[in-house]
Ligand binder design. Structure first.
Ligand SMILES: Nc1nc2c(ncn2[C@@H]2O[C@H](COP(=O)(O)OP(=O)(O)OP(=O)(O)O)[C@@H](O)[C@H]2O)c(=O)[nH]1
Ligand SMILES: [Mg+2]
Length: 268
């Protein structure tokens, strides 16, 4: 297992993160931001540059953390090139494909371990299905302090899904139906990856997050809801990826099913 140490940090300004990861961290960890973006990537070379440039154009004091699982298509090298241009990008490179759930949890841990953690944490897919222009809508309710989590919903009033086939819609709707049965919160889109969390919520649930893959989206809602945090939704337009391949496979679906079964047994 490789753990990030100061000597692994490529940028001169880097400091060692306070937590260790199965991976290597590159970038400036001293950068101070209000909003930290977590972008998990596996083979997103065709999408990552466009999404990062669009996020950088938002009028926010932001930082971007890319968690890349050693994508064989060279995603990390594109991020490294962008790091020369933008000083607010951190790259965590993990040794192999380890699942979306662990990527998001590692992202949370890294942001929380910074000397100056951001106040708000955004997660979104890096395949350009989520439009960064919709981020201010998700941030607004959490910034008011009334809510600790705002989910970008495809299924609430005003939400839209574009270019998904019937099977993909069916998988998503079924996962949402089952998640609602198990968790019971009034959420229309449990599986959306586009969200804004308050950092205080993430800090309070991080020790309870054990997801490997896509079930992370439901586990976070469940943990927040069990602790009485207020959750809201804002409509988004989700557009199926135009470039690169989906990573949702039968293994991820099986992980989701085991999570649901385990959740029914466990009360924690
Ligand atoms: N680091 C990391 N990122 C991952 C992993 N699996 C998926 N991702 C990323 O997570 C995001 C969502 O994955 P997608 O393959 O788009 O899955 P999806 O959006 O649920 O499914 P599609 O609708 O088919 O695109 C993308 O940015 C992926 O690159 C993983 O194992 N590790
Ligand atoms: Mg996708």
């Amino acid at each position: 297992m490789k753990v990030a140490t100061a000597s692994h940090l490529r940028d001169f300004n880097c400091v060692k993160p306070q937590t260790s990861f199965d991976g290597v961290v590159e970038g400036n960890l001293n950068f101070v931001s209000d909003v930290g973006f977590i972008l998990p990537t596996y083979c997103e070379a065709k999408n990552i540059e466009e999404i990062i440039r669009k996020i950088e154009k938002l009028n926010l004091k932001l930082s971007i953390l890319v968690i890349d699982d050693s994508s064989p298509d060279g995603t990390a090298n594109i991020v490294r090139d962008l790091q020369r241009e933008y000083k607010n990008i951190i790259l965590l490179i993990r040794p192999r494909k380890m699942g979306l759930g662990t990527a998001i949890v590692d992202g949370f841990k890294l942001l929380l371990s910074l000397k100056n953690p951001p106040k708000f944490i955004i997660t979104m897919d890096a395949d350009y299905s989520h439009d960064p222009a919709e981020i201010p809508k998700l941030l607004a309710p959490v910034k008011t302090d009334r809510y600790d989590l705002c989910i970008g919903s495809r299924y609430c009033h005003g939400g839209i899904v574009k270019n998904w086939n019937i099977l993909r819609r069916l998988i998503s709707k079924t996962a949402n139906f089952v998640a609602k049965l198990v968790v019971g919160a009034e959420i229309s889109d449990y599986t959306s990856g586009m969200r804004c969390y308050s950092t205080r919520l993430v800090r309070n649930i991080i020790h309870k997050l054990h997801s490997q893959t896509y079930e992370i989206q439901i586990e976070t809602i469940r943990q927040a809801s069990m602790r009485g945090y207020r959750i809201t939704e804002a409509p988004i337009t989700f557009i199926n990826r135009k470039k690169g391949k989906s990573k949702l496979s039968i293994n991820e679906v099986l992980d989701f099913i085991s999570y649901i079964i385990a959740t029914n047994i466990s009360k924690h």
